[in-house]
Design a protein around this ligand. Sequence first.
Ligand SMILES: [Zn+2]
Length: 528
Amino acid sequence: MNLNVYRCDGKLLAIDCGIGFGGPENPEIEVMVPDPVWLAERRDRLVGLVITHAHEDHVGAVAHLWPMLRCPIYAGPFVSAVLRRKLGEAGLLGEAKITTVPLSGRIKLPNFDLEFLRVAHSVPEAQAVAIRTRHGIVVHTGDWKLDPDPLIGEPTDEAAFARLGEEGVLAMVCDSTNALVEGHSGSEAEVRRNLTAIIRSLKGRVAVSCFATNVARVESITRAAMAAGRQVALFGRSLRNAEAAARECGYLTDIPPYVPEDEAGFIPDDNLLLICTGSQGEPRSALAKIGADTHPQIALGEGDTVIFSSRMIPGNERGILLLQDQLARRGCKVMTADDHMVHVSGHPARDELRRLYQLVKPKYAVPVHGEWRHLSEHAALAKELQAIPVLVEDGDVLQLAPGRPDVVEGVPTGRLAVDNGRLLPINGGVLAARKRMLFNGVVMASFAVDEAGRVRGTPVVSAPGLLDGDEHIGAQLAADLARAVGELPNGLRREDDALREAARAVLRKAIGRRLRKRPNVEVHLLRV
Ligand SMILES: [Zn+2]
């Protein structure tokens, strides 16, 4: 998840605004966005938000956070097409202004003169940004790779990077995702050749899963299917959205319309190929429904094949392996990048990093994207290539000029969970309570007392998820509660807080003794 901010002579420029996923440490959260509080408080100085490419971890949070930032947005044509759909779904299209900058274009904002540079990546039209300021040039690479044959769009514009190198680059803020991988990331063209050979050899229904915005991959799968005499259907909303954005920008033009989901089931098995969302095991995706055999339109089974044309994003392994297992149980043959060459990474391996450093020759290197291990390996490599590396963490303010680069300030950062349209701090009260309930359950008690604090009627205690259906224990807990309240000194019984606390304490203790759990205890007191 990305949200980068550059500051020059008092003005601020934001680059990318993406989402992340909750993952195994945050099972109560599906989607997270950066907490923009620091930036939102200074939005009068924010000259714009630039989006480098259409991946969710770079563009996915715009519709969530724009209402707090309310700044102009600048992006290339494909990002604009994708973003307009997202803002439209959020009802923000009338308010948020997107300026579509032509590829390799240049825009001047107050204190920042921006030049876009085309890079190859696993999405159409990814671009790096050269930020010219009166203090020097900073190259923000975004996600990139070198691919002589990216199939869609042009290869990385090495001449433009070399030109910047000649002009003199102060610092390069660069992708570290594959900084531990020796060699080269490989070419999209090689994946197309392999998919074509594999799909030609298959019988039965074939489903291929990949990232929706990897338009080159979608095109490769489609062409491989057509070469094998198969018709192609897209399964999943994000694939259809990406297809629409791609066609709008002049891609996939000679691909015939895809078969609608509700017609795919009528095509003979050997003549059908599905492209599905769900390569990361996302629970509501088309492939997850097919794996669970709950998809309303299509089923896969014995003799069919599912190809995962993607990598596992760290944190998603478990969900993906479970899905692959489910598909195998149904009788499907499952092929992945581990056993077949059906995927290449969109990020630079070490040879590609070397090449870019040789072209750009930055004075300073700021590795970003990846865990600390990736950043530090990238830093070591940059040093070998004559750049001075500077490592930063989330919230660090790195002063690049004037003087020697140094972290001069820390600003508050954090993450917000997207919870059905609300944004909640992930360490805040609501989600902390939910997480506690998830692991320890919740106990709810209601009781009535008269003015003197004597219990009236019978207290009710329930504990869904802890004591389901066990009325006997519920009644015992209610009796424990009534006794504890009855034992309070007269004076305290007139105070609501004291009554509630006494009830809470006795329930906590009783549940702890019986179940060895520390649940959330909610007490409702009624004075009658
Ligand atoms: Zn990306």
